[in-house]
Write a protein that binds this ligand. Sequence first.
Ligand SMILES: C[S@@+](CC[C@H](N)C(=O)[O-])C[C@H]1O[C@@H](n2cnc3c(N)ncnc32)[C@H](O)[C@@H]1O
Length: 242
Amino acid sequence: MLQGRLFVLGLGPGDPDLMTVKAARMIAAAPVVAFFAKQGRKGHARSMVDGQMRHDVEELRLEYPFTTEVAVEDPRYLAGMNEFYEVCAERLRVPLQTGRDVTLLCEGDPFLYGSAMYLFDRLRTECHAEIVPGVPGMSGCWSRANLPMTHGDDVLSVLPGTLDEESLLACLKLCDAAVLIKVGRNLPKICRVLRAAGLFERAVYVERGTMEGEHIVKLAERKDGPAPYFSMVLVPGRRYAR
Ligand SMILES: C[S@@+](CC[C@H](N)C(=O)[O-])C[C@H]1O[C@@H](n2cnc3c(N)ncnc32)[C@H](O)[C@@H]1O
């Protein structure tokens, strides 16, 4: 067993005040902090902990080899990301081997579509590995949008916008409320599917929820233009609303 411990920390939806007390306390004490970042960017999770870390902290920047340049269905994507996560796990093993604890940052909640899970999966049998939950991005978004999402027996689905049109439509037919994440370049497809499902008028678009530059609007009233990485579409359930 590796002597150091791995802590995977959920940082919440963006507003630093929505970080848990536990996460804030652990960041302030962490000797080694690891985080993912896109090429040429500081890293969103890293920015969220600006000014909160120890002055002598060791930072491990884990830079994605690509993000949207290679399509998810391209075999190169899976192979490239697999190799990337192997290299990342190896980098985390170095401090862990010498008994130093590593704190891996993650936006929202780590177990909800977080990349940190891939390192947790690789290292969990080799060391003490622990998850610190965070407020999920969707929770921050529907709260800021003042949107009650599920009433009574409403069924909620979380759907990646990267799914194909047919799958998205089939999933939407099975639920009362939906959260569509990974919107970005998939927004036109998401709009088509919501129209086909008769849900377009009910949908709300949230960009950068709880963060600086937040923008919330009914999807039907959104002006054309690209959607950023941090955007989602919310479809509140209405079947059991009283
Ligand atoms: C890979 S998932 C990670 C989700 C994260 N672990 C969580 O618990 O929210 C990233 C997607 O979540 C959505 N997202 C997360 N936080 C958001 C926010 N504050 N505002 C808008 N969308 C957000 C976006 O659709 C984004 O593409």
